[in-house]
Write a protein that binds this ligand. Structure first.
Ligand code: F3S
Length: 755
């Protein structure tokens, strides 16, 4: 599972020089985030300053990590690039497809059977292209990355929103869509708007029941779910240094809940300790040698307000444990106010289930602190009133926790140990509940608590807290319990109190594991066959999209004129469709089914111009495709907002849509369309949207002179014989025009690889 030490040494070798060059061009001391960003420019040594929150910058991340759900399309696309191996070290982690129902072993067996074809594909494609493969049961992507791959000063992208977890080891780690992962693996630059910076100064020291989780629960309360958008949150101060690296990772993980691009802590002793404990002493030594670059410049710490766009200060010595929820992670309640809030809001006081672990909170320290509470239940003869589950984040943690008796302690109070996988954290939970409509409460040490997130039930009120608070609540069986002040009555009828949790940062006997679940790729993968069954309905190898035919586009039909909001969810719905995300043809049956047809205000009902009848959008488009006729989708403002889901661009391309013509685009979707070889066009005059009629025959002219900044022309031939003609804008640069001509960005890479 060897981390790539050579790569890390290369990063550190040029780090100081790049940071100094950045300091010169920026003209002031730098924060840690800026140092890492400027040290990872595709262009190499910085020669210009970039405006935070404004300028788009090309970066060269050191690593890519993918979870099994999003990896499928990322890797199917990567195969189109024609490369022998990935351009940067990459890993795949099988964690999202395992459903929790009975317990670790049985659930894992069921998942292996059910998802065999997906796992076989991911395993074989990883083997072929030099990608590290973590088998089902090996652990959750972010915990495995923290244990094996994260390093101070590094930059990675991951196809999961909680990728920032690696900020606990001083890495800039950012969650992206599969298309971005594919680009970086294929050797393309990765573009990001230079983030703004939020500084969080931590003074004092945590004690008693307060845990690192409470820091981020408090920050979420301050900043709300949108407060971090477009920003990196940088934590510093004596309080930061007093926390373990895994505690820092918890805080960074949940930065996703405030919309932050990522979160990060500076390199310190806690990180060195964690690196050494996880068998990476050489990285700790290498990081020590460039230590001064792995923290902000001194001026940033002494005059912080000047260097951050926003500054927050939290005194850890005064921080109370928090419970956040329900339905949103930014509804933050200090423990002392929570019981009152529960009563006033009529939330169910009885606690049905307490769930600890997950990618957010399953470190050795978390488990020891929670086990110290669980052990008291046994010692003090308390009966656990709620169901209680434990999700270890990795096999390394699970094996070590079992060896040290922690799991047995949890089982001793009725705890069920689940597989090392996402499980209930992502809704993969076959929950046993008497009545799914009964209003009920659960509390987790996970990160998200939106309605239905954990168990799919709208009746569930989900709250988020530290694992030690969750454990205490599960024992009490009540949401109105305050372990800092309240007594419980034990089986002998005596009143007892729970003592403060006690944790151990690193296992005194070291970490241990028998089989971590890692499969190294073949040294030479050229002969490895990628396994995809031609009859599979979940996976399908991709065919290259055809190159541009070299002429203007004529005889196009209007597929749909979408009215109002049209997000990536309207274009490519999630939910039940997710199981087809590795099968482009099958998932294309959801194309634009959520978009509202301007002409009848209905969804998924458009006119088939060949028959005059109304049909479902994908079916009508398939009819055009079968007849060899291209089509155009017309949309309103901010078309494609929402997510970076590449399917929303691939599906229309696959089904033969030639252009998306809108009043304005959400930028990521616009770029995704360009990458897939589609025409992404905007009305020069937004009122021209009104000229588009249901039976139009459409031409797009000017493509033979397609050039940056030069508008194209759209001609609408209306059914009554009249014609409208108007200019349309585009934002293609020369490189993107080459993508269009080649049929897609990956086609172009392939042409260059083969040249
Ligand atoms: Fe996501 Fe899995 Fe964590 S679902 S939040 S990575 S446990």
């Amino acid at each position: 599972m060897a981390f790539d030490f050579d790569m890390i040494q290369r990063v550190y070798a040029g780090f100081g020089e790049r940071v100094e060059a950045a300091r010169q061009v920026v003209g002031r001391p730098l924060t840690l985030s800026e140092k890492i960003l400027y040290a990872h420019l595709t262009a190499g040594t910085p020669t210009q300053a970039f405006e935070r929150g404004k300028t788009y910058v090309d970066f060269a991340p050191d690593r890519v990590a993918m979870q099994d759900a999003t990896a499928q399309m990322a890797l199917l696309q990567f195969m189109q690039a024609g490369r022998a191996t990935v351009a940067v070290p990459s890993t795949v982690h099988c964690d999202h497809l395992i459903q929790a129902e009975v317990g670790a072993d049985q659930d894992l067996d069921v998942a292996k059977n059910k998802n065999r074809e997906v796992y076989d594909f991911l395993s074989s494609v990883s083997n072929k292209y030099g990608i590290g493969f973590w088998k089902p049961g090996a652990g959750i992507i972010h915990q495995v990355v923290l244990e094996n791959y994260a390093f101070p000063g590094g930059m990675m992208i991951g196809t999961d929103s909680h990728t920032p977890n690696a900020g606990g080891l001083g890495m800039i780690a950012i969650g992206v869509g599969g298309a971005d992962a594919c680009d970086v693996m294929a050797g393309l630059p990765w573009e990001l708007k230079m983030p703004k910076l939020i500084g969080v100064k931590l003074t004092g020291k945590l004690s008693g029941w307060a845990a690192p989780k409470d820091v981020i629960l408090r920050v979420a309360g301050i900043l709300t779910v949108k407060g971090g958008t477009g920003c990196i949150v940088e934590y510093f101060g004596e309080g930061a240094e007093s926390m373990s690296a895994t505690g820092k990772a918890t805080i960074c993980n949940m930065g996703a809940e405030i919309g932050a691009t990522t979160s990060i802590f500076a390199y310190d002793e806690s990180m060195a300790n964690y690196l050494r404990a996880t068998n990476r002493a050489d990285i700790a030594d290498a990081a020590n040698a460039v230590r001064q670059h792995l923290r902000s410049d001194d001026e940033v710490y002494t005059d912080s307000a000047q260097y951050f766009d926003q500054l927050i200060e939290i005194n850890l010595s005064e921080l109370e444990p928090h419970i956040n929820g329900p339905y949103t992670p930014d509804l933050a309640w200090p423990l002392s106010n929570f019981a009152k809030a529960v009563k006033e809001n009529g939330w169910p006081e009885k606690l049905d289930v307490g769930l600890i672990g997950s990618c957010t909170n399953s470190s050795y320290e978390d488990l020891t602190r929670s086990a110290s509470i669980a052990a008291q239940a046994t010692e003090k003869n308390l009966k656990t009133k709620s169901e209680f589950t434990v999700t270890p984040g990795s096999e390394l943690v699970r094996f070590t926790a079992e060896r040290d008796g922690l799991l047995q302690t949890f089982e001793g109070i009725g705890g069920v140990v689940l597989a090392n996988a996402c499980g209930p954290c992502i809704g993969q939970w076959a929950r046993h509940i008497d009545d799914p409509n009964r209003k009920n409460s659960i509390i987790t040490s996970f990160n998200r608590n939106f309605a239905k997130r954990n168990d799919g039930l709208a009746s569930t009120h989900a709250f988020v807290a530290s694992p030690e608070i969750v454990t205490a609540f599960a024992i009490a069986g009540s949401l109105t319990f305050n372990p800092m002040t309240d007594k419980l009555v034990n089986e002998n009828g005596e009143e007892v109190m729970l003592d403060e949790p006690q944790g151990i940062e690193q296992p005194p006997r070291g970490y241990d594991v028998e089989d971590a679940g890692y499969q190294a790729p073949a040294e030479d993968g050229s002969q490895v066959q990628v396994k995809v069954s031609p009859t599979s309905d979940r996976l399908q190898l991709l065919d290259a999209f055809p190159a541009w035919e070299g002429t203007d586009l004529k005889g196009l039909k209007l597929l749909i004129k979408a009215k109002g909001k049209c997000t990536t969810d309207h274009i490519s719905m999630a939910g039940p469709w997710l199981k087809y995300r590795g099968h482009l043809d099958n998932i294309s049956n959801n194309m634009l089914i959520g978009a509202v047809n301007y002409y009848n205000d209905k969804t998924n009902t458009v006119k088939n111009q060949l028959t005059g009848e109304y049909g479902e959008v994908p079916a009508v488009q398939r009819a055009y495709k079968a007849a060899g006729i291209g089509s155009v989708v017309v949309g309103d403002e901010n078309y494609g907002e929402g997510s970076s889901r590449e399917h929303a661009a691939m599906e229309p391309r696959h089904l033969g849509v030639r252009a998306i013509l809108v009043r304005s685009f959400a930028r990521i979707h616009e770029t995704n369309l360009k990458k897939q070889g589609m025409l992404a066009l905007t009305f020069v005059n937004p009122a021209d949207y009104d000229k588009v009629q249901e039976d139009d025959n459409i031409e797009i002219l000017g493509l033979t002179e397609f050039a940056p900044g030069k508008p194209l022309t759209v001609v609408l031939h209306h059914v009554d014989g009249t014609v409208d003609e108007f200019p349309v804008n585009h934002t293609y640069n020369q490189g993107q025009i080459e993508w269009f001509k080649a049929g897609s960005a990956l086609n172009l890479i392939k042409m260059r690889v083969n040249a």
